[in-house]
Write a protein that binds this ligand. Structure first.
Ligand code: NAD
Ligand code: AHE
Ligand code: ZN
Length: 369
């Protein structure tokens, strides 16, 4: 079938709106009509050419929501008409990783997904004679996609696509990092580096679990009001701190952060995030994705003296299990999404979403189809 998609033909170039071809679902696959998708910084990172796994040409997008249109053979858990959120980390419930009880990093299809292909090693997308790569197994910058059944979370039908699409990445990543990865307890002091779509969700989750000080760090003062609305107690602009940021944050948190979160993708900031943690027990969670060749550094003494470095992908959430619960949390008013959606565009204006993000003028732009 013909579908409308924003195609990334080359790194560093704007997306191109095209009519492309999509093959129907094969065994274990599902055709989904995408109704809305957010634009996450990771899409911009891959488009920039910094992603060592970045493939071109491809159809980016991984923060979507839509409706099941057609089932391939052997699909058992979904029906036509179901509302779904595509998962860039699937949940097969049978691989060693899923069964471990220790991680959300289902590996059932990670190999082919990382090569921009469906589990059978082929792509469903093409443009004339040219194969187009899938992206993160989701490719939500197209109005129809084929997704493996194990990579679809079924959600309630009364949830608005243009809001809950953010649960496909930003909301789950930030909230899950606090609840699943760090397991922040009431009364903890938290420092959040980067107040974009991810950092703001860390902040609202820190408030939800009853954190004490919730310190937000960002170079852009425009991010302050919304962060305060979602629970930030103290704002720090590193450009306004005289001297080193780390001792400043240690003093502000009266000994160091119990938990810090890096939500930028900057390896220098990752070091600051670790080193502002409390001696003896402070834990720093890396969420930001850094470019090819970037490496983190610190003195081993930082770890010897009890600080802990951790990472978090998709907030440690198991998608088919946890995503429907987060949709309920939103529908019940337990978490906020509406203020995070600062801009909306039709697909043919999607490049504006990237421009706004690069200028620091948006939190999330949502594309509706
Ligand atoms: P964003 O662009 O919306 O937000 C980044 C924020 O960081 C901005 O507010 C910016 O002003 C601020 N910032 C930039 N440099 C800074 C610095 N040196 N000091 C302080 N603040 C600084 O991005 P986002 O969508 O929130 O994503 C954040 C990061 O998380 C990206 O690296 C993204 O790729 C990554 N990410 C990871 C996961 C995961 O599962 N681990 C999921 C989603 C996004
Ligand atoms: N391709 C990159 C890695 C990118 C990355 O870490 N992705 C996160 C999700 S970011 C969503 O906005 C993730 O889930 N990682 C786990 C995984 O298996 O990719 C690189 O550096 O190679
Ligand atoms: Zn993302």
């Amino acid at each position: 079938m013909d579908v409308k998609a924003a195609v990334a033909f080359e790194p560093g170039k704007p997306l191109s709106i095209e009519t492309v071809q999509l093959e129907g679902p094969k065994a274990g696959e599902v055709l989904v009509e995408i109704k809305a998708t957010g634009v996450c910084h990771t899409d911009a990172y891959t488009l920039s050419g910094d992603d060592p796994e970045g493939l071109f040409p491809s159809i980016l997008g991984h923060e979507g929501a839509g409706v099941v249109v057609e089932l391939g053979p052997e699909v058992r858990t979904l029906s036509v008409g179901d509302h779904v959120i595509p998962l860039y980390i699937p949940e097969c419930r049978s691989c060693e990783y899923c069964l471990s009880g220790k991680t959300n990093l289902c590996q059932a299809i990670r190999g082919t997904q990382g090569r921009g292909l469906m589990p059978d090693g082929t792509s469903r997308f093409s443009y004339g004679n040219e194969m187009l790569h899938h992206y993160m197994g989701t490719s939500t910058f197209a109005n129809y996609v084929v997704v493996p059944e194990i990579a679809l979370a079924k959600i309630r039908k009364d949830a608005p696509f243009e809001k809950v699409c953010l649960i496909g990445c930003g909301v789950t990543t930030g909230i899950g990092a606090v609840i699943n990865t760090a397991k922040v307890e009431p009364g903890a002091n938290v420092v959040v580096f980067g107040l974009g779509g991810i950092g703001l969700n860390v902040i609202q989750a820190a408030r939800l679990v009853g954190a004490n000080r919730i310190v937000g760090v960002d170079l852009n003062p425009e991010k302050r009001p919304l962060a305060e609305q979602l629970g930030m107690t103290d704002f720090v602009n590193p450009q306004e701190v005289a001297g080193d940021l780390v001792p400043y944050l240690v003093e502000l948190t009266q000994g160091g952060a119990d938990y810090s979160f890096e939500c930028i993708g900057n390896v220098e900031v990752m070091r600051q995030a670790l080193e502002c943690c409390h001696k003896g027990w402070g834990e720093s969670i890396i969420i930001g994705v850094a470019g090819a060749g970037q490496e983190i550094r610190t003195r081993p003494f930082q770890l010897v003296t009890g600080r802990v470095w951790k990472g978090s992908a998709f907030g440690g959430a198991k998608g088919r299990t946890d995503v429907p619960k987060l949709v309920d949390w939103y529908m019940n008013g337990k978490i906020e999404i509406d203020p995070l959606v600062t801009h909306s565009f039709p697909l043919n204006e999607i490049n504006q979403a990237f421009d706004l993000m690069h200028r620091g003028e948006s939190i999330r732009s949502v594309v509706t189809f």
